[in-house]
Design a protein around this ligand. Structure first.
Ligand code: SF4
Length: 243
């Protein structure tokens, strides 16, 4: 048998509710018809004392609270109790502000709304957010500036990154250039490409390299390996040619 929830109910008597309805009769719907142990009334349920009372009942074991007061659009933050089901019953806008006060039908409407709220509290379950295992491995294709930067940033963020480069050295087109266009004011002098530093960072972050795919390099790759050495030599020689 499903475990019975402990539900507590509250009727706010502020905002014309108390003077338009028979609050004691309303509370009896909760306690006599639905056998709730606790149904309290409050002159100002959204005030500090009202909220404290609800919090105390939750601390004492309430699984769900039924608040017969104003629209759920009002006081949403105030009546948000982390991990506890909250059922809001809109007596203010749906009943007393839109129907004749102290009238039999108005009272019946309020009681029906309370019944519906209590049944919702009994039957509804708080949704549990799905927690899915996320694979934290990434494949970056291309060992140029963009690929290496993406691979390094992803590795720093905790992803296991595999960087694939079709050539036998990293750096892409930028590695073939001796200098780069000016990127800082006054934009008159050519600048270093910074590619050596970037490649060094990739190589320092190296963990493994695939032996079955000689043209692929895992990030991190193998520092000081013959491939890395030949890559460096290739860069130096292309730099010399450019000069
Ligand atoms: S705003 Fe809502 S909770 Fe606050 S006194 Fe009015 S009906 Fe009650």
């Amino acid at each position: 048998m499903a475990e019975q929830k402990k539900i507590t109910a509250y009727v706010c008597t502020g905002c014309d509710i108390g003077k338009s309805l028979d609050v004691e009769a309303l509370k009896k719907v909760a306690t006599d018809e639905y056998k709730l142990e606790i149904c309290r009334d409050s002159k100002w349920l959204c005030g500090p004392d009202g909220v404290e009372t609800i919090k105390k009942d939750i601390a004492d074991g309430a699984d769900a609270v039924v608040l017969a007061a104003c629209s759920p659009r009002a006081m949403a933050e105030t009546f948000s109790f982390n991990g506890t089901q909250v059922e809001r019953i809109n007596l203010r806008e749906h009943v007393v502000w839109s129907h004749k006060p102290n009238d039999e039908d108005t009272q019946a409407l309020a009681e029906d709304y309370l019944r519906m709220g209590i049944v919702r509290a009994q039957k509804a379950k708080l949704p549990t957010p799905p927690v899915e295992e996320v694979d934290k491995s990434l494949l970056v294709v291309g060992g140029g500036v963009t690929g290496m930067t993406a691979a390094l940033d992803a590795a720093k963020a905790g992803y296991k990154v595999t960087l694939i480069e079709k050539e036998d050295h990293l750096g892409g087109w930028v590695a073939k250039s001796a200098k780069s266009f000016p990127r800082r004011p006054p934009y008159r002098e050519l600048e270093d490409t910074g590619i050596e530093d970037l490649i060094s960072q990739v190589e320092e972050t190296t963990a493994s390299r695939s032996s079955r795919a000689p043209r692929s390099r895992a990030l991190p790759g193998s520092r000081g390996s013959s491939t890395a050495r030949s890559a460096r030599e290739a860069r130096r020689s292309s730099s010399r040619q450019a000069r």
